[in-house]
Design a protein. Structure first.
Ligand code: CAA
Length: 383
């Protein structure tokens, strides 16, 4: 999968996302980072362009595009503003996607048109204060009571938590069973007994909301069960397999923005009588940055291409996320180094890229979790 192999539709989405990101998102990005305000107007416009239901079939109100073009759009959006990229990713990959993949017809008709057109915002509630990497150890319970389930517990680190109308919520229906005792629900967040808890103050992606949800005897109808009881863990893992490709693409976008800024700055800045771009020390950094960005993008596109072909992509998705996230940290560190003192100042965007890059090594599974997944998949190929 290379640039040459992109089809006309994918190139068109790249151009659309790139133009919109440069003209509408980028000018607002520093401001949204400083004020930590959710970019309401931009999200509305992205919805009008079809980016909030990117790969949801048109019959459910989505754009009906392929996964690779979604990944390309996420890179362009995140290069301008990683916060906006995160909001769009959490909505598409973690809320729309599991409903589309695992929901029944009634659930798709009920939820997807409003989500895909941005009338409603979605989120994914898996992590808890005591359960992050060990996703099977969640404690939120769902107890069947007639035609309802009663939910109790606390969810944390929910992206879009403050704005969301609908959440995919993972619960334990059978405590003794660990991963096989996990059950997923599509939950309307205006259900009595659900409140938004602590809102996290973060290092980066500041214009996103990241909150807790508290469930206190929240009664949800039986019809909100996503797939069957006990199938929630596999739904979470499959959803994250896809979501991780989008995180990788976000990391590529941040890295590309840091590389672009570094080239631009080093052409202007002079030391020892010449622009610093003429110094070999700077050129070597640029060369390594460009190589890593390209490699990360190719791994990411490869994983997306496998998903579009309905082939297994768990390993490739984890590899793309691991490599692209580490690339983003490395490239943004070098970008600050190239800018020198000015790179450390909030007057220039590279410090934002550096802060935003860090989350890609953490959310939707840390780099260490990606290594666990890659090792498991790789070793199984030797059996
Ligand atoms: N696809 C399908 N099935 C899968 C799977 C996958 N990718 N991964 C595991 N499974 C299945 C296994 O086959 C196994 O099935 P059986 O019971 O039939 O044998 C079952 O799930 C249990 O698998 P494991 O024994 O491998 O599970 P584990 O408890 O050892 O955990 C893990 C594996 C990879 C470490 C997993 O816990 C994990 O991914 N942890 C990280 C969680 C994570 O990414 N959290 C981030 C949450 S979202 C977020 O960041 C917030 C946000 O809003 C952005």
């Amino acid at each position: 999968m290379t640039y040459n192999s992109l089809n006309e539709e994918q190139l068109m989405i790249m151009e659309l996302a790139s133009d919109f990101s440069k003209n509408e998102i980028l000018p607002e990005a520093q401001g949204h980072d400083r004020t930590s305000k959710f970019p309401v107007k931009i999200i509305r416009k992205l919805a009008e362009l079809g980016f909030l239901g990117h790969y949801i079939p048109q019959e459910y109100g989505g754009s009906g595009l392929d996964f690779l073009s979604y990944i390309i759009a996420i890179e362009e959006i995140s290069a301008a503003c990683a916060s906006t990229g995160t909001i769009v990713m959490a909505h598409n990959s973690l809320a729309c996607s599991p409903i589309n993949e695992f929901g029944n017809e009634e659930q798709k008709i009920k939820y997807l048109p409003d989500l895909a057109t941005g009338k409603k915002i979605g989120c994914f509630a898996l992590s808890e204060p005591e359960s992050g990497s060990d996703a099977a150890s969640i404690n939120t319970t769902a107890v069947k009571n007639g035609k309802e389930y009663i939910l109790n517990g606390t969810k944390s680190w929910v992206t879009n938590g403050a704005e969301a109308d609908v959440a995919i919520v993972f619960t334990k229906t059978e405590k003794s069973k660990k991963s096989r005792g996990i059950t997923a629900f599509i939950v309307d967040l205006n259900t009595p007994g659900i409140s938004v808890g602590k809102s996290e103050k973060k290092l980066g992606i500041k214009a996103t909301s990241t909150t807790q949800f508290i469930f206190e005897d929240a009664r949800v109808p039986e019809s909100s069960l996503l797939a069957k009881e006990g199938e929630g863990f596999k739904i979470a893992m499959k959803t994250l397999d896809s979501g991780r490709i989008a995180v990788a693409s976000q990391a590529v976008g941040i890295s590309q923005a840091a590389l672009d800024a570094s080239v631009e700055y080093s052409r202007e800045r002079k030391t020892f009588g010449s622009p610093i771009i003429e110094h070999q020390g700077i050129q070597f950094m640029i060369a390594e940055m460009a190589t890593k960005v390209e490699a990360a993008r190719l791994l990411t596109w490869q994983a997306a291409g496998l998903r579009d072909k309905n082939l297994r992509f768990t390993k490739q998705s984890a590899m793309a996320k691991l490599f692209a996230a580490e690339t983003a940290m490395w490239v943004t560190t070098k970008a600050i180094q190239i800018h020198g003192a000015i790179g450390y100042s909030t007057d220039y965007p590279v410090e934002r890229y550096f802060r935003d890059a860090k989350i890609t090594e953490i959310y939707e599974g840390t780099s260490e979790i990606q290594k666990i997944v890659i090792a498991k998949q790789t070793l199984s190929e030797y059996l």
